[in-house]
Design a protein around this ligand. Structure first.
Ligand SMILES: [Fe+2]
Ligand SMILES: [Fe+2]
Length: 267
């Protein structure tokens, strides 16, 4: 049995030293064989927090980045820093670089942080201005239309990555776990324990249709394989079955209270 521990939206820079210590204690006590971190790890001190988790867990740590992980910086710089860190710390793995990772004989893991792309709902009419749009250096100078272009291209990067990488995993394994940050479907964009309506102004900023479209197109072609998507970003938990072989779990989270989301026991 392989124990895989999933963490979502832990936002460690917003937690007290005491809360982080209790969280790391709980992580060690869960006896993981591998740890999955679904982004929004820390706005500040990202690499230090990743190191802290790896050193305490002492097992492979696989992660994707969320929007908050880029705050105060340029996207390319954050990615270069985590790439460098992973080269230095062999048990740390940034999933877009790691590709398809076997977790057991039957189950593989892959992941990409993706990006909420404003394609569900009415982006231009939503009136919502996320902190992302002022805190991430690449987005700050852009007007609303330019920003939409940029976030769509960030989401399309994830969609292309999955188009390239996912088929080989689906062909070889009975089960595939896809770790991501933005929910890929409106139905997985749980917020305040509800699925948002199409006209919810937050929906365009909380979901990644580019990835959802890839999954809906691809999964019917691999009916023998089950795909579990693990996402977060909305901080409200839920589960939805999108197709017979495609389920999506959205992680719940509270700022300042990092916690284990779920422990999977894989045969
Ligand atoms: Fe978050
Ligand atoms: Fe997020």
């Amino acid at each position: 049995m392989t124990r895989v521990v999933w963490l979502a939206d832990i936002h460690l820079d917003l937690a007290s030293a005491k809360a982080i210590d209790a969280f790391l204690e709980a992580l060690v006590a869960s006896e993981p064989d591998a740890v999955l971190i679904g982004g929004d790890i820390a706005e500040q001190g990202l690499n230090e927090h990743l190191m802290q988790i790896a050193m305490r867990a002492e097992v492979p740590v696989y992660f994707v980045l969320g929007n908050h992980d880029y705050y105060g910086k340029h996207i390319a710089d954050v990615r270069a820093e985590v790439r460098y860190l992973c080269a230095e710390v062999p048990i740390l793995h940034w999933l877009p670089e790691a590709g398809v990772v076997p977790l057991t004989e039957e189950t593989a893991l892959l992941g990409h942080g993706a990006w909420s792309d404003g394609r569900y709902g009415d982006y231009m009419g939503s009136g919502v201005l996320l902190n992302d749009y002022v805190s991430i250096r690449d987005l700050r100078p852009l007007d609303q239309g330019e920003r939409w272009g940029r976030i769509k291209s960030l989401a399309d990067e994830a969609a292309l990555y999955l188009q390239d990488t996912l088929p080989s995993a689906l062909r070889q394994y009975k089960q595939v776990v896809l770790l991501t940050h933005s929910p890929p479907f409106r139905e997985a964009t749980w917020y305040m324990n509800e699925i948002p309506d199409w006209d919810d102004p937050y929906l365009p900023h909380f979901s990644c249709k580019a990835v959802g479209d890839v999954l809906l197109d691809m999964m019917p072609r691999f009916p023998q394989t089950h795909l579990i998507v693990l996402c977060g970003h909305t901080h409200s938990g839920g589960r939805v079955q999108m197709l017979d072989n495609l389920e999506v779990l959205t992680g719940a989270a509270e700022y300042g209270q990092p916690a284990i989301q779920h422990v999977f026991q894989l045969a």
